[in-house]
Design a protein. Structure first.
Length: 580
């Protein structure tokens, strides 16, 4: 190939035996066997064993070039764990290209066990670990696959601006001061939302891009504090079902291609938001968990049990849980207390047909029989109860459902369960101000259009909004867009925004809708969240080449950093000291 290598470190096989080759890479391990030294030479493509019949003068992580013949390993020394494990190179010449002259902060192979601040400040070393590097290579393959898939579905890749105007989209903007326009700022886009809608107005039929998004928000395991990427797409003359079919085609294929785990067959389940909240206690249900929440409010309406009076009551049947030890029930009670519940009532249905639990004495025999029948309760089942205020009861029940699934080992980690959540409410009540506000994307089309906005109470209006969820992780949200000025004006008016304010906050979109806008819809699955699931990682930083830490710092490059007084003056910025 060139002066450095004829093959990569993952290429040699038995058919190469007898050939003279050159390999270049990093010294992974050194094993001195007294007169014979074995090196493992590593590059992106794999590892090859090198045999030296003279004193080894190179250390770990030095970059070297090795020349020599390929020989077959003895049967007892074959390494089945690597693809080159049946051969080795007997070094006739070694050239040191560069040396590691500083002490390694961690063993490369152990980098994932190292403290995060050390890993990220030496990310270039962390990325040498094949276990870390494979996630970045997977990312490249997945993005390439997605691009090809979208192109095959008739979508056109169009890049939208990075420097744009600030827009009230939920999270804090990253602001960029303008040198040429005193006192004014650009903002990095939280999403290409407005631009992709403008593309539809411009006459492009199907748009997509692997879009960078920037949000100044606190980090979570599944959320980056700086930038992240979406498979952003939009379709003209499309209804909700058109978008859902496109999304499930793409996501089914990408999960099927890059994982051996079974994937939900298409079409994925469509679950209305209200049903998801009632049955699963969340709009991000993990369908691998077989437990379902039951509404027992009506059942207990005529039961003389004070804690369940005049509030919603939910129940979860845990099959066979009566056989669990006392510590199981103690753990569940402790968890309930941790999440803000006053307690966790339950009834155990024992093998001898009797019922056990503090609530039993309040239930006449006919009520006990009704519970068995209505919930298909069998011997050794346990019925757990959650009762609280309407605003919190479903969320609490969802957390108990998840904890029960975990404690009882009910969740099958060897499959991907997908679903769409649909029929989100258009409006909700802000708990602090008690004012009506948008609950989802404000650019969504209400179901029923203008008529529903004019005739229905705001909290009864549903929107053409949808999420896609996999194993309890929200991969994407999307919506059929509001493309009519009169509908936009009325929707924002209900949420407390007069027409003048809409035109001020969203001038381009508001103006464009007055020149003939097609009905359009889209969504934007998160790239990192897809990769987290495929790579079976628990933190988004494991699938990002150069991530920030949880405190929004780039420890490798030292960002954010101070800049010079000249740079500040050019951007018309003065740093104010905050009071201690």
């Amino acid at each position: 190939m060139n002066q450095y290598r004829t093959h990569t470190c993952g290429a040699l096989r038995e058919e190469n035996v007898g050939q003279s080759v050159r390999l270049s890479g990093w010294v992974d391990t050194v094993r001195d066997h007294g007169g014979v030294t074995f090196l493992d030479l590593r590059d992106q493509y794999g590892v090859t064993q090198i045999v030296l019949h003279e004193e080894c003068k190179t250390g770990k992580e030095n970059v070297i070039t090795v020349s020599g013949p390929v020989k077959k390993r003895d049967a007892e020394t074959v390494n089945p764990k690597i693809e080159t494990g049946t051969v080795e190179v007997h070094a006739e010449k070694i050239e040191i290209q560069s040396k590691t002259v500083r002490t390694l902060p961690f063993e490369i192979s152990e980098s994932k066990k190292t403290r995060e601040e050390i890993r990220l400040s030496h990310r270039f070393l962390d990325l040498r670990n094949p276990a870390v590097q494979k996630n970045i290579l997977l990312r490249a393959k997945v993005i390439s696959f997605l691009r090809t898939k979208m192109e095959n579905l008739g979508f056109t890749e169009i890049h939208t601006p990075i420097l744009t105007s600030s827009s009230p989209e939920g999270a804090r903007d990253y602001l960029v001061p303008s040198r040429k326009h005193h006192g004014k700022f650009y903002a990095l886009p939280q999403a290409p939302q407005i631009f992709k809608q403008l593309l539809m107005v411009s006459g492009f039929d199907r748009y997509f891009q692997i879009a960078p998004c920037f949000r100044d928000e606190d980090a979570r395991a599944d959320r980056s504090p700086g930038e992240f990427y979406q498979l952003d797409f939009e379709m003209s003359f499309a209804e909700q079902e058109d978008v859902l079919k496109t999304a499930e085609t793409v996501l089914f294929d990408v999960f099927k291609t890059f994982s051996e785990k079974p994937v939900s067959p298409t079409p994925f389940r469509r679950i209305p938001y209200a049903e998801a909240m009632l049955k699963y206690g969340t709009d991000k249900p993990d369908l691998r968990n077989p437990l379902v929440i039951e509404d027992l409010t009506t059942f207990f309406a005529d039961v003389d049990f004070a804690p369940f009076k005049n509030i919603p009551v939910r129940g979860i049947v845990a099959r066979g849980a009566a056989k669990q030890s006392k510590s199981f029930f103690e753990r569940m009670l402790a968890f309930a207390t941790e999440i803000g519940m006053k307690g966790l009532g339950y009834i155990s249905f024992l093998e001898d047909g009797s019922l056990k639990g503090p609530i039993v004495k309040f239930l006449p025999e006919e009520k006990q029989a009704a519970l068995r029948k209505d919930l298909s309760i069998k011997q050794n089942d346990v019925l757990f109860f959650i009762a609280d205020a309407p605003k919190v009861v479903d969320g609490l029940a969802g957390k108990i459902r998840t904890e029960l699934g975990s404690q009882l080992n009910l969740i099958n980690n060897d499959r991907f369960e997908m679903c769409f959540i649909v029929d989100f409410p258009m409006f909700g009540i802000n708990e602090e101000t008690e004012a009506v506000e948008f609950t989802h994307n404000p650019f969504s089309m209400p179901q029923g259009g203008l008529e529903s906005l004019q005739t229905k109470p705001p909290l009864d209006i549903l929107a053409w909004q949808y999420d896609i969820v996999c194993n309890g992780v929200e991969l994407s949200s999307g919506a059929v867009r509001n493309h009519l000025p009169e509908v936009m004006i009325k929707a924002f008016e209900i949420a407390g925004y007069p027409e003048a304010e809409i035109e001020k906050k969203f001038p381009a979109l508001f103006n464009a809708f007055h020149y003939g806008a097609p009905p359009h819809a889209g969504m934007a699955p998160g790239i990192e969240r897809i990769l987290m699931l495929l790579a079976e990682e628990e933190n988004i930083r494991e699938v990002t080449a150069f991530p920030m830490n949880g405190n929004a710092q780039d420890l490798l490059m030292g960002a954010p950093c101070e800049v010079t007084e000249l740079q500040l003056r050019e951007a018309h910025i003065r740093i104010r000291q905050t009071k201690q």
